[in-house]
Design a protein around this ligand. Structure first.
Ligand code: GLN
Length: 288
C-alpha cells in the first residue's frame, strides 16, 4: 500500500499541538510529542530526525485514541505508564498516585537530615508506586526499608519498580493500614517517611479532572485533611527509636496544626517549604 497520502510525523503534530492547546492542555507541544513517541515506540528526539516519516493508518488510529483520552482528562503519566522521579523512571498505573515534584524534595530533605548515618532502617508509609522507599534505598546504599500500603494493586506496582531499579533486596513490601502490620513485632526504626493522603474530603470533587483519575484512597485526608497524621502519630511513636526521625509531606496550610501535634507528643520539628515557597515538609525528631 502506498503511504504517500499518509500524514507525516510533522503534519500530524502540526494538527494536534494546536488542538491540545485549544482544549486547555498546558504544555501542548511536549504532550503531543511524548504521546506520539509513546505510540510509535520511539524516544522523543527521534521524532525530529524522522520528521517526514509517514504514519500508517494503525499508528494514526492509536494516536487519535490516546489524544482523545488525554482530552477526557487522563493524565499523561497513566497514558504512557511511566513517570520520572529524581533520576529514575517509575512505572505507574491508575492504582497509584502519580509521583509529584514536591515528593522529590521530601526525599532530598531526608537524605540531608540523615547525612553520615550508616545502616539505617526505615519505613515508607503508603508507598503507592514505591518512589519514596526506592529513591531513598538508591540514595542511601546501606539503608533497609519496609514499604507499607493498604492496596495490593499499588504494592504490585511498587514491587515491579523495586525490581526494575534493583533495590528489591533492601525493601520488604507489606500490605496493611498505615503502620499496623509492623506494630507488636519488636522492630524499631531510625526513620519513618510518608506522603499520606492530605486533601480535605470536601475539596476532592473540585480538583482538576486529571487528579480525579487518581485513586481517591491516595488523596482523601478526611474532614480537615489531617486524619492520617493523627492516626500515624501513636503508631510512629511506638516504632521509632529515641532520636529517630519522622519526615512527612503535607498540604500548604497544614504546617501549624501538624507542628503543634508533634510538639505536643515530644518531638522537635523542622519545617521546609517546596520550590514554590509553600510549606510542604515536616521533619520531627523523637526526643523521648
Ligand atoms: N508514596 C507515594 C508518593 O509519594 C504515594 C503517596 C500517596 O498515595 N498518598 O507518590
Amino acid at each position: 500500500m502506498s503511504t504517500s497520502n499518509n500524514l507525516t510525523i510533522a503534519a500530524i503534530l502540526a494538527k494536534i499541538v494546536p488542538y491540545l492547546a485549544q482544549k486547555g492542555i498546558r504544555n501542548p507541544r511536549l504532550e503531543a510529542d511524548l504521546l506520539l513517541a509513546f505510540v510509535l515506540g520511539l524516544p522523543r528526539v527521534k521524532l525530529y530526525s524522522e520528521w517526514d516519516r509517514p504514519l500508517n493508518p494503525d499508528e494514526v488510529q492509536r494516536y487519535r485514541e490516546i489524544i482523545i483520552k488525554r482530552i477526557q482528562g487522563w493524565p499523561l503519566a497513566y497514558l504512557t505508564g511511566k513517570k520520572s522521579f529524581l533520576s529514575w523512571e517509575f512505572i505507574v498505573n491508575p492504582a497509584v498516585l502519580i509521583p509529584r515534584p514536591e515528593t522529590e524534595e521530601l526525599v532530598d530533605a531526608v537524605v540531608t537530615a540523615v547525612k553520615g548515618r550508616k545502616q539505617l532502617s526505615g519505613v515508607d508509609v503508603g508507598t503507592g508506586s514505591g518512589v519514596i522507599a526506592i529513591a531513598l534505598a538508591k540514595l542511601l546504599p546501606d539503608s533497609y526499608w519496609q514499604a507499607v500500603d493498604i492496596s495490593a494493586a499499588a504494592l504490585e506496582v511498587a514491587q515491579t519498580n523495586a525490581n526494575n531499579l534493583e533495590v528489591a533486596d533492601r525493601i520488604r513490601f507489606v500490605q496493611g493500614d498505615l503502620l499496623q502490620p509492623l506494630l507488636g513485632t519488636d522492630q524499631q526504626f531510625d526513620l519513618i517517611v510518608s506522603n499520606p493522603p492530605y486533601i480535605p474530603s470536601s475539596q476532592i470533587a473540585g480538583l482538576q479532572p486529571e487528579i480525579g483519575k487518581e485513586p481517591v484512597l491516595a488523596l482523601d485526608g478526611g474532614p480537615d485533611g489531617l486524619e492520617f497524621y493523627r492516626r500515624l502519630l501513636p503508631q510512629v511513636d511506638q516504632l521509632l527509636v529515641e532520636g529517630g526521625l519522622v519526615a512527612l509531606e503535607h498540604g500548604y496550610d497544614q504546617r501549624e496544626p501538624l507542628t503543634a501535634l508533634w510538639n505536643e507528643a515530644g518531638y522537635n520539628c523542622t519545617s521546609l517549604s517546596d520550590l514554590s515557597g509553600l510549606d510542604r515538609i515536616l521533619i520531627a525528631r523523637k526526643c523521648h
